[in-house]
Design a protein around this ligand. Structure first.
Ligand SMILES: Nc1ncnc2c1ncn2[C@@H]1O[C@H](COP(=O)(O)OP(=O)(O)O)[C@@H](O)[C@H]1O
Ligand SMILES: [Mg+2]
Length: 255
């Protein structure tokens, strides 16, 4: 099969998938990421055998879209595609500035967004290496991150805000332990930790959305850490659990 034939098959797959998406809003936000450039990037992952077929969008956000996608061996992965036309460029720059891994790229919009996906991929790797439960990183290409699908055959795992929690005390402990592991072993601060960015696989938390996650050396790292722990305290307070923010911060910092 020639490369052109292969691309043609791929295009047909995408088209037929698009036609099956009935919901107008769904379609609109998906179409906005399926521009020519992104199609070519998705095609790269397709021809490399990383992905096979798009199933459905799990989430369509301001900064990107997350899809459930099957693989050639019939398993399932999550594919996050960052929008290259995002309006939050300025906000994003602030997270990459001060990260020595991404020196000198913050003034170029295109490069910044590509760095963002690379950063999310590397943060996932680093967090996984120290034992924080995150989606396993599988591949990244330009503005696309492929990772473990968190969910079951019935559907993607819900966000923590959406579920009823059986044991809020031990759940909050588990998340704080992850925060400490991330800080002490991976030298990372999540930076946007909340009930929106923790998925619940049954009653087990999985930390997601680590594009903005920063190294401890980042000028805002401490500020982000405080905010993360305060977010958790606020959420768990409503579930009858009092998190002592000062005490937990000391514990996380190990001093
Ligand atoms: N690996 C994954 N498996 C299943 N669902 C996911 C996965 N990653 C993200 N999602 C879903 O997509 C939503 C958005 O993903 P997230 O990484 O938080 O991006 P953003 O908040 O920047 O749009 C999540 O809240 C979650 O519902
Ligand atoms: Mg999120």
């Amino acid at each position: 099969m020639t490369r052109a034939d292969k691309y043609h098959i791929f295009e047909r797959k995408i088209d037929s998938w698009r036609e099956r998406r009935k919901d107008a809003d769904d379609r609109k936000s998906c179409d906005s990421v399926f521009d020519k450039q992104n199609l070519l990037r998705i095609y790269k992952l397709f021809s490399d055998g990383v992905i096979d077929q798009f199933e459905f969008p799990i989430s369509t956000g301001k900064e990107g879209v997350v899809f459930s996608v099957t693989t050639p061996d019939k398993s399932r992965v999550a594919v996050k595609i960052y929008r290259t036309s995002t309006s939050s460029f300025r906000d994003m720059a602030k997270y990459v500035q001060g990260d020595p891994r991404f020196k000198g790229i913050t003034t170029n919009r295109r490069k910044l967004i590509l760095a963002w996906a690379a950063k999310e991929y590397r943060n996932l790797q680093r967090l996984q290496d120290v034992g924080v439960r995150v989606p396993k990183p599988i591949a990244h290409h330009q503005n696309i991150v492929v990772m473990e699908y968190i969910g079951t055959d019935e559907g993607p795992a819900p966000e923590m805000r959406e579920v009823s929690i059986e044991d809020p005390d031990s759940l909050s402990r588990e998340i704080l332990d992850f925060t400490k592991l991330a800080y002490q072993k991976a030298e990372l601060v999540h930076g946007d930790l909340s009930e929106y960015n923790i998925l619940m696989l049954g009653q087990k938390p999985v930390i997601i959305d680590v594009g903005q996650t920063v190294l401890l050396g980042h000028p805002m790292a401490e500020e982000f850490l405080v905010r993360d722990v305060m977010n958790l305290a606020r959420f768990f307070k409503r579930r009858g659990i009092a998190i002592d923010v000062e005490k937990e911060l000391k514990e996380i910092r190990g001093r």
